[in-house]
Structure formats: C-alpha cells, structure tokens
Ligand binder design. Structure first.
Ligand SMILES: [Fe+2]
Length: 494
C-alpha cells in the first residue's frame, strides 16, 4: 500500500469531496460532533450523566442539577418545538444581580424609530474590507467587536433582522456572552474561532458558518496559531424566527445543504478556568452583566434540539439548469428564516462557490434584474471579479443592493458573452461568496456609512453602463419595421 494522500483543503477546493477526507471536519478542528439538522440529539461528557427515561430525577446522576432551556413556546407545535434539558454542576441561576454595564455603542437593535440616526439607501452600497483593530491600540474581544451595518424591525416585537460584522483581536477572558434578542448566524471570514457554548465546542474557520440560538451562553476565542491578524466575520441576527432548511420540492430527497452535514457539539466542560466569571447579556441591544464564581460551561450532559450547529459551505451540493437559461438564485439557498409573510422570507442565506455552468444557447452571465428582495453580498475568500453592480470587493468587505435596484453585469463580458462558443465550464473557482436575500429594505447605521471608514464612495460609476449599447436602435430589421409603422425616431437610433 502506498502512502495515504495528504488532505488538501484550501481556497482552490472545488468541493469538499476533492480532499477525499474520511473525517467530517477539516484537519484543524479538534472536536467531535453529532450530525443531522432538525434531529433530537443527546450527549454526555461522562458516561451515565444523562438520566434515562425522565428529565427530572429526584437526584440527578453524579449530583448534577437539571435545567430546561426553551427556544420556543411550551405549546409550540411538535414540528417547531425547540427545547433542551441540561445537566450541570450548578444551575444557571447561581449568580449575582444584574448590573448595567457600558453598551457597545456600535450595536443597533431598533429600526422602528424614525427619529433615530438611521439611513435608507435607494440603490447600492459597497465596503472595502472592514478593519481588524490592532492589538496595540486596544483589546477588542467579541463583546466589543460587533458593529451593526443595518437592519429592519426590533427584537421586542420578535420581528426583524440585523446585519453586523465582527472584527476582533482578543479572546474573551472569563467572560461569556448571551444574546437574549435573537439568534446569531456567524460567518467566519478571517482567522479561526474556538466557540465554547453551553452544549460544547464549535470550531469555526473560513468556509464555515454556525448558528447560536437566542439565550444560549457562549464564549468566542481566537485560535492564535491560525489567526495572525485577529479574526473577522459577519453576523446575521434574526428576531422571532429560526433558520430552516429550504424545501426541496421537485429536487426530491437530497441536494443543496444536506441535513447530515450540519454538525452539533458534544458535551464538554471547562475545568481549566477559575472564577470569577462575567456573563454579558444583550437585551434590546443594551449590555447588562452578571458575575458568578463558577464557569458557565459546566454542562456535563444534555439532550434536546435547541443546539448550536455549524456547516461547511464547501459541502453544498449545487443545482442549476442542465439545458438552457438560469435557475433563479434561490437554488443556492443554504438556510432560510421565515417571516410572518409566508411568501417572503425574512432572509435567505445563499452561497456561491465553485460550480459548473453548462447552459447552452444561453446568455450565461446573470440576467439583468430588479428584485423585490434586498441583496447583501460578501466574499469569504478569493478575488475573482464578479463584475457589474453586483461587484464584490476583496474578502472581508461587502456590498448591498436595495430592492428593485436595477443591476447585472456591466463589464465587457456582458457583450462578449453573446458571441462566445458555449462549452461546459467551471465558474466561481477559487472563491467563496455568500448572499443574503431579504424581503426587508434595510436601514443603515452611521457606523456603516461613516465610522467604519471603509464605505466606497462610488464603486461602479454610472458611466459604466454607457458601455451597454442600444442594439435595437441599430438593428436594420427593427429600423425597417419602425419606419413602416412611422415610428422611427432619431432618439432610438444611436
Ligand atoms: Fe442581484
């Protein structure tokens, strides 16, 4: 037998399977996971720590305390009910009184008050990479490094969404965070993160996303070895809804993001720290804190379905046309968060990675479009130029198009694509990009438009579109018809 080939996961990976890994995670990830979106899971750090056949024994195994956490109403339908039982050394209520602590001034959670300093955008915005703060200037951990770009709605009515970025240079020291407003979907873009949640560890690196649900405590540490410049990424915060897998319809039983590729942590406890601990709680975007002598990461066993999870976007199974035309971009949906309008999701999380384009007799660049949804794009890695008003700048930046902003590809490929010899070809190689489609028109913060310092004043000059010729006006047959109808006009003829 020859030597096993070394595993290769890098930005040239076309699909996860190219690395021929027998593991479900990348080599840097030291943790074990459970698999299966929507499953009931259970895990115990010590064998026998989970009670059998009941939730609340008179005395729990090993003297642990039972504690329930609900993510939905008690009487939610079975298909929507989310709840856990945790078995821990001390119940979470063992802590000091809440105290008000300084807010993170760059977090915004209310987009309903028109008197606030929030801004509507009629067309398009772009940002160069958001800056990761230098450690010499200030120690910025996850609680301080969140910056809101924009949003819609408000958490206290359980309606809406906020888009944030995070840029940090420090791990959280004896500090945990809990967001009582909503769920965080975290996209790693720069650096590696070790996220300790009450239900165990999630290791997160560029190409991976994770969801940490409302009310669960967690701690974000930077893995220094893989994060020489600190860490950066994106957070999509949703209020009053949960991320789901999209329906597959005629695709059948498998495809897109397959449920078994979603990974859930296994029970783990913190035995290395000594107190005291601080737990920073975000409520309505404001910060409060409690302190306690014991670690909040003392859950020895748990069972339920209200569990943080992660997913590697390079495992996505792309689908699209195999004859002519384009399938709408919703075919790239990884997760969807419903709104109360059944026909308009609060947010779809889409991925655009390497894939094949095989459509024949077809204009292959994205069709020109004006969508009712707003579009937010960000590149995780790779520098392939997308072109046009959907241009995405370097990894770590972003762009936004308000609903009904007309766009498409503006560069020369647009015209050239009408004349090329179409062959099956790989597109989107060496890069990974995500897009958020929302039925909401976002309002943007001063931080997004000014204080971040990376807003691009004019990314696509309006004159770019002058390169799109009026070919109808030059078409001899069309001119003949127009003349016959006495409708010829010099304004139509360039
Ligand atoms: Fe678009």
């Amino acid at each position: 037998m020859g030597e096993a080939p070394s595993l290769s996961f890098d930005t040239r990976t076309f699909h996860w399977t190219d690395a021929k890994s027998k593991a479900i995670t990348r080599p840097q990830d030291p943790y074990n996971y459970l698999q299966g979106f929507g499953n009931e899971h259970q895990s115990e750090f010590i064998p026998g720590a989970l009670p059998i056949g009941q939730n609340s024994p008179q005395i729990c195994p090993f003297g642990l305390y039972a504690e329930q956490v609900t993510g939905t109403s008690f009487a939610a339908s079975r298909s929507h009910s989310m709840r856990n039982f945790l078995y821990r050394r001390r119940p979470a209520c063992v802590h000091s009184t809440y105290e008000k602590i300084p807010d993170n001034p760059t977090i915004e959670s209310s987009f309903l008050n028109p008197s606030k300093d929030l801004h509507s955008i009629p067309s398009q915005l772009s940002w160069s990479p958001f800056k990761i703060p230098a450690k010499e200037a200030a120690v910025i951990d996850f609680t301080k490094g969140i910056h809101t770009l924009g949003g819609s709605g408000q958490p206290n009515v359980r309606e809406g969404i906020a888009y944030h970025i995070f840029a940090i240079n420090s791990s959280m020291k004896n500090t945990a965070f809990v967001n009582t407003d909503g769920d965080f979907l975290i996209v790693a873009q720069e650096g590696h993160l070790d996220i300790f949640t009450e239900l165990g560890h999630i290791y997160l690196q560029p190409s991976e996303i994770c969801v940490i649900q409302q009310g669960l405590r967690f701690k974000v540490d930077i893995v220094e070895k893989h994060s020489p410049s600190g860490a950066r990424g994106y957070i999509i915060e949703t209020w009053g809804t949960k991320w789901e897998l999209p329906e597959l319809g005629p695709l059948g039983g498998f495809g897109l993001a397959n449920p078994r590729d979603f990974l859930f942590p296994t029970a783990d406890i913190d035995t290395s720290s000594s107190g005291p601990w601080k737990i920073v709680s975000k409520q309505e975007g404001r910060y409060y804190a409690i302190s306690q002598d014991q670690t909040p990461f003392d859950v020895v066993a748990w069972h339920g379905n209200y569990i943080p999870y992660k997913y590697d976007l390079t495992k996505f199974v792309y689908h699209n046309t195999v004859s002519v035309d384009h399938t709408d971009p919703s075919i790239n949906t990884v997760l969807t968060a419903k709104s109360r309008d059944l026909h308009a999701p609060l947010c779809d999380f889409l991925v655009f990675g390497p894939r094949w384009d095989v459509a024949q007799n077809t204009f292959r660049p994205p069709y020109f479009h004006r969508n009712c949804a707003s579009e937010f794009l960000a590149r995780i890695y790779g520098l392939e130029v997308a072109g046009g008003r959907s241009e995405v700048f370097a990894p770590g930046g972003a762009s936004y198009e308000a609903g009904f902003t007309p766009h498409g590809n503006a560069d020369q490929r647009t015209i050239g694509a009408m004349h090329v010899d179409l062959k099956p070809m790989r597109v989107g190689e060496n890069q990974l990009t995500f897009m958020l489609e929302s039925c909401r028109s976002l309002l943007f913060t001063n931080w997004a438009l000014k204080d971040s310092g990376v807003l691009v004043a004019e990314d696509i000059p309006a004159s770019t579109w002058d390169t799109v010729p009026d070919r109808f006006g030059e078409n001899e047959e069309a001119i003949k018809f127009l003349k016959a109808m006495n409708r010829a006009s010099t304004s139509l003829v360039m």
